[in-house]
Structure formats: C-alpha cells, structure tokens
Design a protein around this ligand. Structure first.
Ligand code: FMN
Length: 419
C-alpha cells in the first residue's frame, strides 16, 4: 500500500533510498548517508534524533513550480514518486492545476489602495492570523529533512502562519509543539482501536494545539498506476506519536459522530478536511464542525474527483458563512490564493511545495515559500483594488473566456439573405 496514512509495518524500502533523502542536510554534522531510521536506533527515540541539525537556508523563489525539479535532485526516486504523484491515472492531480485557468481576474482600478497598508489578516476559530496561507497536514516530514516537523514548525512560526501537523508525523506532537511559537492545529487519522485514538487525542490540547482536523478522505489507496507498476516500496519512517506497532490500523468506516467524539475528548474545535460536495459541508456543520476544508487530498484520494477550486463556489453557496472554509489542493501561487478567497474560502493550505522547500532549505526554506506566496497575494490584492481580505469577493473574478464555466458563445447573428 502506498498511501500517506499509517501502515502495518515498514515495507521493504531500500536503505540506500532512505539514506539518500534522510542523509540530505545531515552531511555537515554526521557521516554521509546516516539515515534517520539509523539515528533512531542509536538514540532510542525519534525525538532525540530530530535534534540533529539539518540544512537551514533561505530560498530565492521565483516560481514555486520549479521547487519540485530542484527537490528531485536530492530525493531518492522512491520518495520523489511517492510525494509528487496522485492516485490512479492522476486526472485529479492534473485538474488541481488546470482548474485555476477556469477563472480570470477582474481588477477594480482607481481605488487608492496603498500597498504597504494592505491587510492580509484573518480570524480563524477565534485566532487572529497575519496571513490566510497555512501549512496543511502532511505525513512524515522526516522524508524531507532530518529535523522533520520541528523544522517546519519553526519555519511557519517565522511568519506567524498557522501550521497543521499530521498524526502520521515523524516527530512527536509534543516535540513539534515545543519547537513552534506560532498557532497550530493537529490532524488526526483515527485508529480502529478507539483507545489508541483517545490516548493521542488527549495529548493534543495539553501540548497547546488549538484545533483538531479530522481527515475524511484518506480511506483507501492513494497510489498512482505508475507507482504501483514501478513496484517501488512506500518510503517509510517511524511515526513519532505512537508506540511502535500501534499506528497502523486507521479507521476507514468514519461517520459524522466521530466529529463529536473528537470534540468531546479534546475540548477543541474540529475541522473536517476532505469535503468535496456541498451536502457534506452541511453535514459537517450539523455534526458540530467549526470549519470545513475543501480538499481532494492533493489528488491522492479518489481519482476523478474535481479540483477543489471547481467545487468551492458550490460549497461556499450552501455554507453561507456559517463556518470558515479552508481550501487546499493545488495552491501554487499568490494568484491561486486570491482566486480561492474570492470564490469563498477564508484561508488556503499548501502541501507539496512546502515539503520541497523544507527539503531544500529547512525552516528558512519553509519561511521563504510562505513569504513568497504572501508577497504575491499582496501584489494581487493591490491589482484587484482591495485593502483587506474581507473586500475580496466574486466580483474580482470572472469565468475565464474559454474556461469551462464561460457561458456558451452567443449564437452567430442571423444574416438576412440578400435580396
Ligand atoms: C505525500 C503526502 C502526504 C500527505 N499526508 C497527509 C496527512 O498525513 N494528513 C492529511 O490530512 N493530509 C495529508 N496529505 C494531503 C495534504 O494535506 C493536502 O490535502 C494536499 O497535499 C494539498 O495538495 P497540494 O500538495 O497540491 O498542495 C498528504 C499529501 C501528500 C502528497
């Protein structure tokens, strides 16, 4: 199985493959090729291993799409394929990019907007954030950097961005929380064993997380046909939150009552991630969710599901502002952020490009990408003529001419036959 969700045992990943990625960035402090898994064996705990320093440098980003090619140079073939690919024939993965072109901007001019007074702050679940761009939950940051989520947490905190961390993290949720001075939410993959879920969930508020995301779409294989054909084993590192051997059996028969269960155990607001239809957004609210995350898991859940941005307007239409909407899947530019906010999202979450930045630059790399996206968002707001995010609405986008939501061209005017 090749999903990003917990598995029964470490598959047969070649040590050389792991070394290639886990050894990256360790070169300065450790013998080349020393893998994280090996560090764990030496130190007895992944947390201790994560104290080893990795690369930490700012990145000069011009186009986030180029990060993937740069990261490819340091990833093993297995890690590269595992992280970059989507499921099935990868239609949804491609849609997550193409669908941005269904929308075009409609800039409002002459509004007297002053660039350095543009306000990008947003309040999410009572927390005022300086930026609507957040770090999505993503398993096994240790595949990208030896300090794993600890480096991501530090990078996100540099700009005060909200960071969400997966229960399938390399570092423990406590170690991540210690490293983070910024706002953070925890994402839970429920376990078939309720006792294990409960034990993890009880630790979440104690560590200082302010919200719990339940991901509802990672219930099957997330591998592409190409990945399966390649016969590559899923890259695997130990998880930091579970005693070994217990993190494996995730619950797939989820139901809306799980939302209330998480809320009761943690006392925290619950965010439902993986919503792709309006009815499910309403059901989530009904079940007590404090926010919904429109997402197709970056094209790794059900292939053939539309792009998140395609479904957003319909979902926003029924949610009607009752709870905040977060959108992820395919965010690559500040212009994507602005389109999502104009079409009804309150915030957006970024996945793969942040992992490439983590691999290439550690905490400072993460910070570089968040700053890049923020700067582009400000620039886009300037052009659109908005001073603050609340002013950004559907009047700032149109169905792109030639895009799939463009109204059909008017029928050619009948020409009266010449006498
Ligand atoms: C390799 C990989 C691991 C992921 N791990 C998780 C996870 O542990 N929990 C979760 O809720 N989502 C996970 N996701 C999904 C992301 O949260 C997010 O929905 C997706 O990456 C957004 O799309 P993007 O990568 O195009 O930005 C993962 C995605 C990838 C590609």
């Amino acid at each position: 199985m090749h999903t990003d969700i917990p598995e029964t045992s470490a598959p047969n990943e070649s040590r050389r493959d792991l070394f290639k990625i886990a050894g990256f960035g360790l070169a300065a402090t450790l013998a080349p090729g020393l893998a994280l898994a090996q560090l764990k064996a030496e130190s007895g705990s992944p947390s201790l291993a994560l104290q080893r320093k990795g690369i930490d440098r700012a990145l000069d980003i011009i186009n986030p799409d180029l990060l993937e090619a740069e990261a490819k140079k340091i990833y093993s073939a297995a890690v590269y394929a595992f992280v970059t690919q989507g499921s099935g024939k990868q239609w949804t993965l491609r849609e997550n990019q193409y669908a941005w072109d269904d929308w075009a901007f409609s800039p409002h001019r002459m509004g007297g907007v002053v660039r350095n007074k543009i306000d990008t702050s947003v309040t999410l679940l009572g927390e005022k954030l300086p930026t609507p761009i957040i770090v999505t939950p993503f398993g096994s940051h240790g595949l990208h950097h030896p300090e794993a989520e600890v480096a991501t947490a530090r990078g996100a905190a540099m700009s005060g961005a909200l960071a969400c961390f997966s229960s399938a993290s390399t570092a423990s949720l406590e170690d991540i929380a210690k490293a983070s001075t910024g706002p953070k939410w925890f994402q839970m993959y429920l376990n078939v064993d309720e006792g294990i879920s409960r034990e993890v969930l009880q630790r979440v508020p104690r560590a200082g997380y302010k919200g719990v995301i339940i991901t509802i779409d990672a219930i099957g294989q997330g591998s592409s046909d190409a990945y399966v054909r390649s016969g590559k084993a899923r890259p695997w590192l130990p998880y930091g939150n579970f005693p070994s051997g217990t993190a494996n059996a995730f619950k797939t028969n989820l139901s809306w009552s799980d939302v209330e269960m998480i809320r009761k155990i943690t006392g925290l607001p619950v965010i439902v991630k993986g919503v792709t239809r309006p009815e499910d957004a309403l059901a989530a609210i009904q079940a007590g969710a404090s926010a919904v995350q429109v997402s197709n898991h970056g094209g790794r859940a059900l292939d053939g599901t539309p792009a998140a941005i395609t479904m957003l307007p319909r979902i926003a239409d029924v949610v009607k502002g009752q709870v905040p909407i977060i959108l992820d899947s395919g965010i690559r530019r500040g212009t994507d952020v602005a389109k999502a906010l104009a079409l009804g999202a309150n915030a957006v979450a970024v996945g793969r490009p942040l992992m490439y930045s983590l691999a290439l630059g550690g905490a400072k790399g993460v910070d570089s990408l968040l700053k890049f996206l923020h700067t582009e968002l400000v620039e886009t707001m300037l052009h659109l003529g908005v001073n603050r995010l609340g002013e950004l609405d559907s009047s700032h986008v149109i169905a792109a001419p030639g895009g799939r939501f463009a109204t059909a061209p008017a029928p050619a005017r009948a020409i009266s036959p010449r006498e």
